[in-house]
Structure formats: structure tokens, C-alpha cells
Design a protein around this ligand. Structure first.
Ligand code: NAD
Length: 320
């Protein structure tokens, strides 16, 4: 656990709603920054001390344990990697559920509907409302406040935090009152995004191998029927430059796709393409690429073909 950098100060005024934020990673740090910049009194928590120091320097209080956050903040946001980490932070020792100040917990992570339903039940027993509000739009959207937010849970509680959600996202959707519906919406979106990205990767590599210029391919596709978020954003921003910046780890996308296939199986829905997408992501993780951005998956297709999409120009005729 991180060292305490600064004890949580008492709220300056009874009317001010202190915001807690737990999980300051690629997404969380940027979202918490936006809340802080809007003048919200904040208390933050993460297991990485360096991240905490940066927030303390900007005026945020820093807590050592999740329970310390919920003892100080009326509304607690979470942006954590996995369903397991969200469950542990909420219900584990010194978890959010132990603090007495919190009225609403908002989970911005992608965890799947099952953990959302379980947490909603546990928190309800303590008189706390749980809102699942997963987000889409990546680190660029998190920084710019242009995320999509898919919220579910008690409508009145949602309305009381809507102005905060609008600091994070341009498109805030109330999906419904049943806990977990926001998560189901997010899994549908991310399965589609992953499928689109892998389809874009393999076809762009095929085109490069055939001698097409990658930029020309994108220029054509992005005004034609093949365009998707990978051809519009991911490939131009992360692949063409061959920089592959870490924005969304492959292991996290694999987690989302796995959650989606599990939900589909349980519900009796068919995900033919989704199963293939899951296997490709599992392969990338097994190759040791779990911690790298999922844009690096294109390199597996490139190595096979002997052609690259981006600065190192295509090599038609290179055999495998
Ligand atoms: P990340 O791994 O960069 O950040 C997670 C943060 O949580 C880290 O700072 C980590 O130290 C912290 N953490 C882990 N366990 C903790 C604990 N027990 N107590 C306190 N802090 C803890 O992940 P990310 O990319 O920011 O994603 C966060 C969530 O948002 C995930 O559920 C992900 O699926 C989802 N998401 C990510 C993106 C993206 O583009 N990166 C987009 C939409 C949604």
C-alpha cells in the first residue's frame, strides 16, 4: 500500500461534496485531473505512490486505503483494471464499504454486469447507491472530457452526479435503473471495437503486402464503407508512426472480450467472431504483449506477411 502523503483534511463546508477517486492509471489519472481542475475538493488513492505525489502537488488530499477515501468523500469514483480489483477495493479489508461518509459509488471501470450487480447489493445493504458507469473514448477522450459514459442504477442518484459525469464525458447516457446495464452496454461496445480493430489490422497488412501505401488505404477507407474507429483513430495515431504508445493495454482489452464471451455464453447468445477475437487477444497476451497497447497486435499479422503498415514502407514480394 502507498504511504500517506497528506492526511485527508476535513471537508471545508458541509455543502461541498468531496469527491473520492480510486485508481489513477491511464484513464483514472486523466479523469481525476478534470474533476480537480473543475475545482472539486478531491481525495485520491492508488497503489502507486508516484501517481499520488503528482496529485498531492496539485492540491488533492491523498488516502492510503480505500476506506479512508470513503470516510472523507460523499461520492467515490473508481477506475480500476479488473472485476477482481474492483471487488477487493470495495469489499476487501479497509475497502470502500467500511467508510461512513460515502453515499454514492460510481464505477467507471469495465468489470462486466455480474460484479456490478453483486456490488450494488452489498452497498445497498449499507445505504450506499452503486452506479456502474463504464466509459469509452480512450485516454484522448479522458483527457479532453469527450468520453461516452454509460450509466446504470438508481435514477435519482444518477441525476445527482450527472454534472460530474459531464465533466468527464460529452455523451452521458442513462442506460437504465437495473445495476449492470451500463456494463452490458460497454461489453457490447468493446467487443465491437476489438473486432473492428483486428479486422482493420489484418486487412491493412494484406493491403500493404499487395503494395498499397498505408496512408492511401486509410484515405480511401475513411471515406468509404470499411471505416471504423481503428481506421479513423487507432491506426493513424498509433500504428502509422510506429510509436505504439500505451493507451489501452492488450490484457485489459482481452479482459473485456473475455467478459463479453462469458456473458454471451451464460445468456445463450452466439459470438462466432467474438470467439476468434478472444483467441487472437489470448495469443498476444501469451506472447508477452499483455502490458503493451493493443495496437501492437498488428505486428503479429505483419511478421506473418512480411509487410508493415506505416513508416517502414511495405515490402511486397517479401516471403515469410
Ligand atoms: P491502468 O492499469 O492504467 O490503471 C489502473 C490503476 O488502478 C493503476 O494506477 C493501478 O495502480 C490502480 N490500482 C490497481 N489496483 C488498485 C488497488 N487495489 N487500489 C488502488 N489502486 C489500484 O488501467 P486503465 O487503462 O486506466 O483502465 C482502467 C479501467 O478503465 C479498466 O477497467 C479498463 O478496462 C477501462 N477502460 C480503459 C480504457 C483505455 O483506453 N485505457 C478505455 C475505457 C475503459
Amino acid at each position: 500500500m502507498a504511504a500517506v502523503i497528506d492526511r485527508v483534511p476535513p471537508a471545508a463546508s458541509a455543502k461541498v461534496r468531496r469527491i473520492g477517486f480510486i485508481g489513477l492509471g491511464n484513464m483514472g489519472a486523466r479523469m481525476a485531473q478534470r474533476l480537480l481542475a473543475a475545482g472539486q475538493p478531491m481525495v485520491v488513492c492508488d497503489i502507486v505512490p508516484d501517481i499520488l505525489a503528482a496529485f498531492a502537488a496539485e492540491g488533492s488530499a491523498v488516502a492510503e486505503q480505500p476506506a479512508e477515501v470513503s470516510a472523507a468523500a460523499e461520492i467515490v469514483f473508481l477506475s480500476l483494471p479488473t472485476p477482481q480489483s474492483v471487488r477487493a477495493v470495495c469489499l476487501g479489508p479497509s475497502g470502500v464499504i467500511e467508510g461512513n461518509a460515502t453515499k454514492i459509488v460510481v464505477d467507471l471501470s469495465t468489470t462486466g454486469p455480474r460484479v456490478a450487480k453483486e456490488l450494488a447489493r452489498h452497498f445497498a445493504d449499507k445505504g450506499i447507491t452503486f452506479i456502474d458507469a463504464p466509459v469509452s473514448g480512450g485516454v484522448v477522450g479522458a483527457e479532453a472530457g469527450t468520453l461516452s459514459v454509460m450509466a446504470a442504477g438508481d435514477r435519482q442518484a444518477f441525476e445527482s452526479i450527472e454534472s460530474l459525469l459531464r465533466l468527464l464525458g460529452r455523451n452521458v447516457f442513462y442506460i437504465g435503473s437495473v445495476p449492470g446495464l451500463g456494463q452490458s452496454m460497454k461489453l457490447v461496445n468493446n467487443m465491437l471495437a476489438a473486432t473492428n480493430a483486428l479486422a482493420a489490422f489484418e486487412t491493412l497488412v494484406m493491403g500493404a503486402k499487395a503494395g498499397l501505401d498505408p496512408q492511401v488505404m486509410l484515405d480511401v477507407i475513411n471515406v468509404s464503407s470499411g471505416r471504423n474507429s481503428a481506421t479513423l483513430d487507432k491506426v493513424p495515431q498509433c500504428v502509422l508512426s510506429r510509436t505504439f504508445p500505451l493507451r489501452f493495454a492488450t490484457e485489459l482489452l482481452y479482459k473485456d472480450v473475455r467478459l463479453c464471451t462469458e456473458e454471451a455464453e451464460e445468456a445463450g447468445s452466439l459470438l462466432w467472431l467474438g470467439q476468434t477475437v478472444k483467441q487472437i487477444l489470448a495469443f498476444a497476451v501469451a506472447q508477452g504483449d499483455g502490458g503493451k497497447d493493443y495496437a501492437t497486435i498488428i505486428q503479429h499479422f505483419e511478421r506473418w506477411a512480411g509487410a508493415t503498415v506505416g513508416a517502414e514502407s511495405a515490402h511486397p514480394g517479401t516471403s515469410r
